[in-house]
Design a protein around this ligand. Sequence first.
Ligand SMILES: NC(=O)C1=CN([C@@H]2O[C@H](COP(=O)(O)OP(=O)(O)OC[C@H]3O[C@@H](n4cnc5c(N)ncnc54)[C@H](OP(=O)(O)O)[C@@H]3O)[C@@H](O)[C@H]2O)[C@@H](O)CC1
Ligand SMILES: Nc1ncnc2c1ncn2[C@@H]1O[C@H](COP(=O)(O)OP(=O)(O)O)[C@@H](O)[C@H]1O
Ligand SMILES: [K+]
Length: 490
Amino acid sequence: MAIDHALLVTPSAMGRIDAAAVASGVDGYGLMQAAGAHVAACVLAHYPDIRRAVVLCGPGNNGGDGHVAARLLSQSGVPVIRCGVPPKKGGDAARADAECDLPLRALDDWHPEAGDVVVDALFGAGLDRPAGPEIAALIDRVRNADTPVVSVDLPSGLSGRTGAPTGPCFQAAHTVTFAALKPGHVLMPGRALCGEMHLCDIGIPARLIVSDDPVWRNHEELYRNQLPTMSAQQHKYSRGHLVVLSGPLISGGAARLAAMAGLRAGAGLVSLATPPGAVMAQAAHLTAIMQRSIGDEETLSDWLEDDRLSGFVLGPGFGDLEKARGFCGLLAKSGRPVVLDADGLTAFAGRVDDLGKLFDGDVRLMVTPHEGEFRRLFPVLAGDESLSKVDRARAAAQLLNAVVIYKGPDTVIAGPDGRAAVNSDAPSWLATAGSGDVLAGIAGGLLAQGMPAFEAGCASVALHGDAGRRAGAGMTAEELAASVKSLPCD
Ligand SMILES: NC(=O)C1=CN([C@@H]2O[C@H](COP(=O)(O)OP(=O)(O)OC[C@H]3O[C@@H](n4cnc5c(N)ncnc54)[C@H](OP(=O)(O)O)[C@@H]3O)[C@@H](O)[C@H]2O)[C@@H](O)CC1
Ligand SMILES: Nc1ncnc2c1ncn2[C@@H]1O[C@H](COP(=O)(O)OP(=O)(O)O)[C@@H](O)[C@H]1O
Ligand SMILES: [K+]
């Protein structure tokens, strides 16, 4: 069976999929056997020098997978100790426990030795509250002994829905999960707590692995059909004219980075709208990028009469928050797509309702907050610990009628219609000054070419990561902007 690596399924949806598989005739105990076998195989493959497997089993089906793994590891010749709590009666886990003839010791009946590998089968999808003191002490003991951990489905203590620990949590070296990744495997800090991920097929039919609330890993199929294409009939104006609103003399570099990235993302023309006092300084740095002196709302209004201007980036290095609000109002009224980033976002801290009202109708606002900017704009959402990053981005997208690119190592792209994607494979060296300006420019470049906002958001984040990989570790934002690759030809 081909696994859909792009679909993220919440633990509760996974429970329904599991039930549907069993209802359709799949043997539930067979699924547990397959799950346990994958776990045992992972241990054997990654720890060939293992001296002893310490399998920690919880009361539910996660523990059931552990009982199977313990039996198979033992049959492979690995010394195994099995610790845990007795399984709930009557289910698959109880059967797996009965079929394993290793004694089930108490949870604390284990003293770390060199060569131990822990198999963490305490809690998976069923975790619904913080682990109690006994589990907390065990997690501490494993951590202090520096024993490697292979977690079954999820590191025990981690919420598969939010990616946040509910209390004490294992740090796994490997996590073996089944049928589909869960949001907690890709959202931070969950992704880091999982270690290396292994997604395994246990025989649940692909047609059943669906979700009524899908979240995707960011991947090409989400946006490929909407990417701008190039053909012989085109001229530069038909490829869009992106305008980046530039700030004062001292901070013009951010707008230049965005402009260069927009050009490389395929906009036919890119102009900086520069305050008069900064025009000469900018001119010294520009070649392909054009410039227009725009000092106030009146000159901007006049320029907006040119309906070939097809997209705007407002915020990088912009500085003047009041002016940013005024400019944003004019851009909104122009009916064209706008990317708000950095100072363009801070300008609306405490005023998100005003921002939402500016952009009603078709979705043409994109906002690109990092964690701090998100917190400034949406303090209530940011402070609600029951919400995942995906939930927060979706709620923000609805409040603003915008596509939200909520940045970080686990960038979430969300639309007001509820569509959401998580990008978790960007290189960590994107965390460098000016990198966000480049992302805003890519997004502006794609929107200026007429790409719909959600797809443009997903594509921008992917192109940004690709550019980072191409530029390599140690890159600067200038090199990142220069590494943005223009789009495929048709
Ligand atoms: N999806 C699939 O297709 C397949 C899934 N499989 C496996 O099944 C796993 C899900 O199994 P599961 O539903 O039995 O949940 P699991 O995580 O074992 O928790 C069990 C119980 O623990 C309890 N509990 C919760 N939190 C607690 C806490 N902090 N401290 C103490 N107790 C706590 C709570 O019970 P309660 O005490 O509330 O009665 C809960 O119900 C999944 O992760 C995967 O490994 C495979 O077998 C193959 C097929
Ligand atoms: N650890 C990380 N791994 C991958 N990408 C990251 C990481 N940290 C930051 N990024 C990305 O780098 C960019 C930084 O943007 P931002 O914080 O706005 O920086 P700046 O304001 O300096 O341009 C964002 O696209 C973000 O998603
Ligand atoms: K686990």
